[in-house]
Design a protein around this ligand. Sequence first.
Ligand code: AMP
Length: 445
Amino acid sequence: MAKPARVRTIAPPRGSIVTKALSAIRSVKGTRDLLPSETPLWQRVEEEARRVFDAYNFREIRTPVLERTDLFARSVGADTDIVTKEMYTFQDRDEESLTLRPEATASVVRAYIEHRLFNEGGVHKLYYLGPMFRRERPQKGRYRQFYQIGAEVLGSDHPTIDAEVLEMLTFLLARLGLREFSLLINSVGCGKCRPTYVEVLREALQGVKSQLCADCQRRAETNPLRVLDCKVEADQAQIARLPRIVDYLCADCRKHFDGVEAELAQRGVAYEINPRLVRGLDYYTRTTFEITSSGLGAQNALLGGGRYDGLSEMLGGPSSPGFGFAIGQDRLMLAVEHAGNLKGENSIAAYVAWLGDGAFRPAAELARGLRQQGWRVEIGYEPVKLSKSLSVANKLHARYAIIIGEGELASGRYQIKDMGTGRQEEVEPARVPAYLKEKLGTGPV
Ligand code: AMP
């Protein structure tokens, strides 16, 4: 049974004109706040992703969170779980049906068509980061507002594209300090060969569907491929015995899949073939893939993607093959924390501790100068004892405390205390930035 919601009340401050205690408003189920203790690692992961995308010559695209509902009905598929059960859809004031995007590939392809990027010719390599919305049952690693980091290549159906993107992904995960992950790949064929397979599958399902879950019994009629990604444990033995799509690929799809395998081998990218991997969106053609990571529990799919050669046409654009993926950033963060090889920057370079009214002005000037050069610096706002200042510096994880009191003003040399070792040195004000640079080994943030 669901736990009853905890209702907290917060008493109004004394002297407040509000006399009745109001109940506190809480965040919406399945959404969460990322607090300042967490965001440094999120930012670090995003920086690494941007760096890797940049190295592979991907450019960022930012599309709206709000799209017309049709965009997803047409691309993701009218019979998918996302479209039938999970979208946040509402009528706008002018009666138009709008949806909070459940994924971004459809939006990227819409933008590609709308702005006629295809006219520029060649291959377009795009990436995005941002929140997506699906009304799923919340649990660890699964939220109703979750974050994806994704990339798309539009304009070529060459197997090299698939392999290059998969190589980039394994490189990114390695840079994030992840070692234990598996790349699973499959091919779901194309408009030519998939219908034949779907008929074979439909036929095979007639014999066993009564032993499958209610959803699968429905899917066996409406969209048999979806049966393959059923997560119900009791169905798995039957599903494992169903015909495999890789045995029904047409010559072109077979050649493409062989090409991807050969390219992956050449690049030293390790993978396994999983013939059941069809993924939960209808637009995929040929290659589909997923990367799973141990240590994530039930929600072990870190990312997924594939090829979608017909999507542009489904959205009213020209023929323009595509390949892409989306990483679930919430799960990626769990994996990065679990691996423990990457740390977010929680410290500050220096805390300026001043003593006595006369020290405030020079202290504020030093802090301003350091900040304007980009150093992360904090300064006390009120005169307090040195011991209090140092304990604040400690709490803020300051690497150095710069102490400015009457003695320092008289000598023209500030005390700089290494908060790790406790060692202290005297430094002239003008030399402080150079001193920090030398000691911290990095420039300003
Ligand atoms: P998809 O867009 O369905 O191909 O999913 C790509 C990735 O996004 C998955 O492998 C998950 O890591 C992540 N993902 C999908 N749905 C959710 C969700 N509700 N909460 C958190 N992550 C999700």
